[in-house]
Design a protein around this ligand. Structure first.
Ligand code: AGP
Length: 363
């Protein structure tokens, strides 16, 4: 097992560091920045021309990627909703043959997601799975499969697969929007250039990250809160899930604006707040973070250098400048590292947290 970890102490840390390679593999042949187009040959031209609404179904970290994808679709003008697969049988919106259902699942074997996929198939939706595993049940049962090509992920905590799922959903979302409109998205060139720059941006971030020092500073707190807005909200949820999963400490993610609607009552000097800034109404998120800070909570801003939040926050974790569509993924890598180093300080069995399985094949 140690051989498989290479120079790293845990698979999780290795897989965090594999993200530049995973994204390069995911994007290989699928973007064409030189000619300014998405070359997603996984689907026939016009596959999505008749789609009227999109439902993304998933669990856990894959649900956070689905939430991310649903926002990318909404921002591109497509009706899309992310739904928890385990709630789907009791709360799915209406399905007809103009509905596209996207099952997002790293393993392709999660029972809750497969059940929801089967329901969507039975009700006549067009189905696609975004998965890491060729030959998985989801890949066999969905009408189409889009493989994220992240390589094997051994750590129970999903890391590289989240980034790859979110990037593939961004591409797929733009492709769906283009099929519906009959023309490419307006700001496609910027997106393609930034997608192509993502592997290097993550590699640079991994080299310079201060996440270990931040983990050290706050590892003995009572609870950990994560806030963000828009795409940053899905990252806040993912940051909190990762943190609780491997540190066994209490962590919650909130939409920044929700803090004042209840969670603020929990805020004390013992509850650090990680605030994710993705360029989506950052001023509002900063105000929400300051409300927590006024009640004594240390605020750790995850944002680019020179951002106004750096002066206001108690600490910060730096991310390279990127458009809102991708900035959240960079912030997420910093939060993965914070969780990892906090769990290491606390002596947790990082790759195999108690009570959890890599793939949950029961309902
Ligand atoms: C994330 O760190 C967890 N291991 C878990 O939430 C996981 O994402 C979820 O069980 C879904 O798994 P899947 O992507 O294989 O469907």
């Amino acid at each position: 097992e140690q051989a498989g970890k290479g120079e790293f102490d845990h698979f999780m840390l290795k897989e965090i560091h594999e993200q530049p390679t995973a994204l390069t593999q995911a994007l290989e042949g699928r973007i064409d920045p030189e000619h300014g187009r998405i070359a997603l040959a996984d689907f026939e031209p016009g596959t999505f021309t008749d789609i009227e609404s999109v439902q993304l179904i998933a669990c856990g970290t894959s649900y956070h990627a689905a939430l991310y994808g649903s926002l990318v679709l909404n921002q591109a003008g497509v009706h899309a909703t992310a739904l928890l697969a385990n709630e789907y049988s009791v709360s799915s919106p209406p399905i007809d043959d103009d509905t596209l259902v996207i099952a997002v699942t790293q393993s392709g074997e999660t029972a809750d997601t497969l059940n929801a996929l089967r329901q969507a198939n039975a009700e006549g939706a067009t189905t696609v799975t975004v998965t890491n595993v060729v030959g998985s049940t989801a890949a066999r049962e969905a009408d189409e499969a889009l493989f994220i090509r992240a390589g094997p992920e051994i750590g129970v905590a999903a890391t590289k697969t989240f980034s790859s799922q979110a990037v593939m959903l961004t591409l797929l979302g733009q492709r769906i929007a283009a099929d519906l409109r009959g023309e490419p998205p307006a700001d496609l060139e910027t997106l393609l250039a930034e997608l192509a720059a993502m592997p290097d941006a993550i590699a640079g971030l991994l080299e310079d990250s201060d996440a270990d020092a931040i983990a050290d500073r706050y590892a003995n707190s009572q609870s950990y809160f994560f806030i963000g807005r828009g795409l940053g909200f899905s990252v806040a949820l993912e940051g909190a899930l990762k943190f609780k999963e491997i540190t066994y400490e209490h962590a919650e993610g909130f939409a920044s604006g929700e803090l004042k609607h209840g969670p603020l009552a929990l805020v004390t000097p013992e509850t650090p707040v990680f605030a994710v800034f993705t360029g989506e109404e950052d001023e509002k998120t900063l105000k929400n973070a300051e409300e927590a800070q006024t009640r004594g909570a240390p605020v750790i801003a995850v944002c680019p250098a020179g951002h106004r939040a750096v002066d206001v926050a108690d600490d910060h974790l730096e991310i390279p400048e990127m458009e809102a569509d991708l900035a959240g993924l960079l912030a997420n890598v910093q939060l993965q590292l914070v969780s990892y180093y906090a769990a290491e300080l606390l002596g947790r069995p990082i790759d195999k947290p108690r009570n959890l399985a890599k793939s949950v094949t029961v309902e």
